[in-house]
Design a binder for this molecule. Structure first.
Ligand SMILES: [Ca+2]
Ligand SMILES: [Ca+2]
Ligand SMILES: [Ca+2]
Ligand SMILES: [Ca+2]
Length: 332
């Protein structure tokens, strides 16, 4: 083997090694690498200027086909009241959490299922469990656990395994419900399932109340993507949104301010295909923008929405200045 080939092989081995070891657990939603404290969904009587465009949020959990055990979907702080939540007047928001399985859930087959807007047949699939929470001390700063479920109750996909959908609908009121999920093997503890992942097509989350913080989300760039169109909503002119990848040190994208959408196109480099991008949300440093809720979605040049994975596929992309492989002439 020539030295050049050997160098390429070693680089390939190192990259594969990092891809395998970088598979952090996907079970907390928001994920471990994202540095996002909470998802947020307002009651449907809320004002969109508070940062939720449609009062509904859809997430998917993918259970690998090898996993045969039962599992649970745990919701932390499902109530709206007490700790963590965002009041407007008295607490009156009621949120319905619903778990769906069976045929019709797979969002690659059924576009309505993606839940970008809570319209059409976005509740497709078989309803497995549902519960409505208002202000409820029993579940304030605590978990409520859905399940147990069997993986085969999900919608089977060759690519992703058994897919389950969880929709949070703000069915009444005007306060913001902050919450998060954990996909667990056990009902009363957070015990991850090896190889599981979670994803959404429209991410609505709360930024930290800390001017030093940087949050991340990780869309996966499929084969054939030439550019992506990013759309962000109600960013409150809070700092910057920057895109980083293995070959991109960081480009700033246009940001929204108050109750508005801003969109832009980002060209995709060939080296970025089949890997994740790192969308970084840098808080404004000069002063604190409080309680900033933000919505983001992406689509490719064909208008197909991209998935944001709670555990980035291939690991967190780290910018690497291009490696130059020098040809060594043995005759010298
Ligand atoms: Ca609460
Ligand atoms: Ca209220
Ligand atoms: Ca809550
Ligand atoms: Ca906002």
């Amino acid at each position: 083997m020539s030295r050049k080939k050997l160098t390429y092989s070693l680089v390939t081995i190192i990259i594969i090694f990092f891809c395998l070891t970088a598979n952090s657990t996907a079970q907390p939603v928001p994920g471990e690498d994202e540095n996002i404290q909470f998802l947020v969904t307002f009651g449907r009587d809320g004002a969109t200027s508070w940062g939720d465009d449609d009062f509904s949020q859809t997430w998917f959990f993918a259970i690998p086909k090898e996993y045969k055990g039962r599992f649970y979907i745990r919701v932390f702080d499902p109530d709206t009241g007490g700790e963590h939540d965002e009041p407007k007047g008295e607490w009156n928001t009621r949120t319905q959490f619903s778990v769906y399985g069976g045929k019709g859930v797979d969002p690659e087959i059924n576009e309505d299922s993606r839940g970008l807007q809570p319209t059409g047949n976005y509740k497709s699939g078989t309803l497995l469990a549902s519960r409505i929470f208002g202000e409820d001390r029993q579940y304030d700063n605590k978990y409520y656990t859905f399940g147990p479920f069997n993986p085969t109750e999900g919608d089977y996909s060759e690519k992703w395994g058994y897919i389950f959908k969880v929709i949070a609908d703000g069915i009444s009121g005007d306060d913001g419900n902050l919450y998060r999920y954990f996909l667990s093997r056990e009902p009363n503890n957070d015990v991850p399932i090896e190889g599981a992942n979670a994803f959404t097509y429209e991410y609505t989350f709360r930024m930290w109340n800390n001017t030093q913080s940087i949050s991340h989300i990780y869309p996966f760039i499929d084969e054939g993507v030439i550019y992506v169109k990013q759309k962000n909503f109600d960013w409150d002119d809070d700092g910057t949104i920057v895109v980083v990848s293995r070959v991109r040190k960081g480009i700033q994208v246009p940001i929204s301010n108050e109750d508005d959408w801003v969109e832009s196109r980002i060209g995709v480099e060939p080296e970025e295909v089949n890997s994740s991008l790192d969308f970084q949300f840098h808080k404004k440093k000069e002063f604190l923008v409080r309680n900033n809720n933000v919505v983001i979605s992406l689509e490719n040049q064909r208008g197909d929405n991209l998935k944001f994975f709670s555990a980035p596929i291939g690991g967190v992309p780290i910018y690497q200045p291009r490696i130059v492989v020098r040809k060594v002439d043995k005759n010298q």
